[in-house]
Design a protein around this ligand. Structure first.
Ligand code: UD1
Length: 443
C-alpha cells in the first residue's frame, strides 16, 4: 500500500491549481441517468471516487467516453460524455455502494426514470452511522413505495413520481440531491423545504436546469421544482472544489507561506475566509483565484508584523457555515496556533478520529463529547509538532495529518494513502510544486 513521506518545516510559496469539486461531480454524474441523451461533464477531477461512480453507472448501462482533454493539458480536469440510452439494470450492488456512500445518489434518478430501483444500503462508515432515512421518507412523499429487503432499498413508482412537499427534519446534502433529481421528472410541483444550500447542490440544480428541468430557488433553503416529461442532454462544467482550495489555504497558513489558489471561488469560501482571517491568515480574491497569506495583519512579509497563527473557536454547520469537511484540517492548524481553541463538530458524531494521530505528532488535544480543546503549540517559543508515522481512517482526517506533517519538525509517514486518493488529485505534486518536501512511496 502506498505511503506519503513528508519532511516538514518549509513554507509553501507558489500557485496551486484547484480541481473540479468531487462532491459536485458525484451527483452530476448520476444526473446522467435521468436522460437518454448525452450529458457532457467538464472539469471532472481524476479521483478514485469518480472512477467508482463511473463504474457503477456503466453497470446500470451508461455508455461512457472521454470527450477530449481540457485545453492546456491532461491535468486540467477530464471531460466525460455519458449516455444512458437504455438502463439495463436498476440495481446498485452492495460491492460498489459499500465503497462509496455517494452511490446512493443513483436512487432518485433511477426511480424517476425507470419507476423502480434496488440500491444497497450504504451502512456505517468511519465518521458515523450516516443513515439514509431522509432520502427514503422524501421519495415516499413523492409517491414511491419503498421497503427494505436484505440490506437493499427496494423502491417502486410504477406510475411515476408525483408532486408534493418534503420538509427535511435536518439539513442533508445527499437527501436534497436525491430528491432534487427525482423531482425533475415528477408529475406536478415538488417543494423541498430545509434543503441543503451547499454550492454543490446549486451546481447540480444548474446542470439539471441546463438539461431542461424547471428548478427555482437555487442557493436558498426552499427549492421549487416543476416536473417535466423528459430531460435532454447538456454540456456542463463542474465547479471548483472549495474544500480542496481551503485545504491548501490551510497548508499555506500552517507553514507560514503564501500561495495563490488558481481557479478557487472566494464566494463559496466565506465562512472559511472569516475563520482564517480571525486566525491571522488572509484570503483575498485575485484575477485567477484566491491569494492566501499568513500573518498579513502586520503588513505581510516585509512589514515585520505578527506572523503567527492565532487560536480561534470553530463550530461546523451546514453551508453557509464552517464545513465539517474542513474540521480536521482546521484542527491541524489550531495544533500549531498560539493559544487554546475549541473545535465543535455538529454534523457527524464520530469525526475526531484524527485526534489520536495528531497527538502522536505532539498535538495537545482533549475531546469532550462533540468538542475538542486544542492547546496550540505554535506562537513565539512554542514547541511545535514533530514528525511521526501516522494512519488515518477517512479522507479529511488523512489530509489533516499531511498538513500537520508539513509544519512538523522531521519526517512524517502517512499510511493508508488510498483515503487521500479518494478526494485529493495529485496532492503530493501540487504541494511539492510550492516547495514542500513530500513524496509518495509506492509499495
Ligand atoms: C455530503 C458530502 C460530505 C459532507 C456532508 C456534510 C458528498 C458526496 N458528501 O455527505 O463530504 O461531509 O455532505 O456536509 O457530497 N443524515 C440522516 N439521515 C439521512 C441523511 C443524512 O440522519 O437520510 C445525517 C447524517 O448522518 C449527518 C447529517 O445528516 O449527520 C448530514 O449528512 P449529509 O448532509 O446527508 O451528508 P452526505 O450527503 O452523506
Amino acid at each position: 500500500m502506498d505511503k506519503i513521506r513528508i519532511r516538514g518545516g518549509r513554507p509553501l510559496e507558489g500557485r496551486i491549481a484547484i480541481s473540479g469539486a468531487k462532491n459536485a461531480a458525484l451527483p452530476l454524474l448520476t444526473a446522467s441517468l435521468l436522460t437518454d441523451e448525452a450529458l457532457v461533464l467538464r472539469n471532472l477531477p481524476h479521483l478514485a471516487d469518480i472512477a467508482t461512480m463511473t463504474h457503477l453507472l456503466a453497470q446500470h448501462g451508461t455508455d461512457l467516453s472521454m470527450a477530449g482533454a481540457h485545453p492546456g493539458g491532461g491535468h486540467m480536469g477530464q471531460v466525460l460524455e455519458l449516455r444512458a440510452g437504455d438502463i439495463t439494470s436498476t440495481e446498485a450492488p452492495y460491492d460498489i455502494v459499500r465503497k462509496m456512500r455517494a452511490s446512493v445518489l443513483v436512487l432518485g434518478p433511477l426511480l424517476a426514470r425507470c419507476g423502480q430501483a434496488r440500491v444497497s444500503l450504504p451502512g456505517g462508515c468511519a465518521i458515523g452511522t450516516r443513515p439514509v432515512d431522509m432520502h427514503i421518507r422524501g421519495l415516499e412523499a413523492l409517491g414511491a413505495e419503498i421497503e427494505l429487503d436484505d440490506g437493499y432499498i427496494v423502491a417502486r413508482a410504477p406510475g411515476g413520481l408525483r408532486g408534493g412537499t418534503v420538509v427535511f427534519p435536518r439539513v442533508s446534502v445527499g437527501a436534497t440531491e436525491n430528491l432534487l433529481m427525482a423531482a425533475t421528472l415528477a408529475k406536478g410541483e415538488v417543494v423541498l423545504e430545509n434543503a441543503a444550500r451547499e454550492p454543490e447542490v446549486g451546481d447540480l440544480a444548474n446542470c439539471l436546469n441546463a438539461m431542461g428541468a424547471r428548478i427555482e430557488g437555487i442557493g436558498g433553503d426552499t427549492l421549487h421544482i416543476q416536473g417535466v416529461d423528459r430531460l435532454h442532454g447538456a454540456d456542463y462544467a463542474v465547479l471548483p472544489d472549495r474544500i480542496e482550495a481551503a485545504t491548501y489555504a490551510i497548508a499555506a497558513a500552517i507553514t507560514g507561506g503564501k500561495v495563490e489558489l488558481l481557479g478557487a471561488q472566494s464566494s463559496t469560501m466565506e465562512a472559511v475566509a472569516a475563520a482564517l482571517g480571525q486566525a491571522n491568515v488572509s484570503l483575498r480574491p485575485t484575477e485567477c483565484g484566491v491569494m492566501v497569506e499568513c500573518g498579513n495583519s502586520g503588513g505581510g512579509s516585509s512589514g515585520g508584523g505578527d506572523r503567527w497563527v492565532h487560536s480561534i473557536d470553530v463550530s461546523t454547520a451546514p453551508y453557509p457555515g464552517f464545513p465539517t469537511d474542513l474540521q480536521a484540517q482546521m484542527m491541524a492548524l489550531m495544533a500549531m496556533a498560539d493559544g487554546a481553541s475549541m473545535i465543535t463538530e455538529t454534523i457527524f458524531e464520530n469525526r475526531f478520529q484524527h485526534v489520536p494521530e495528531l497527538m502522536r505528532m505532539g498535538a495537545d488535544i482533549t475531546v469532550k463529547g462533540a468538542t475538542a480543546m486544542v492547546r496550540g503549540r505554535g506562537g513565539p517559543g512554542g514547541p511545535g509538532l514533530h514528525g511521526a508515522p501516522v494512519m488515518a481512517t477517512d479522507l479529511r482526517a488523512s489530509v489533516s495529518l499531511v498538513l500537520a506533517g508539513l509544519a512538523a519538525e522531521g519526517e512524517t509517514i502517512v499510511n493508508r494513502v488510498y483515503h487521500l486518493d479518494r478526494g485529493y488529485e495529485r496532492l503530493e505534486e501540487k504541494l511539492s510544486g510550492c516547495g514542500a518536501d513530500i513524496e509518495r512511496l509506492t509499495a
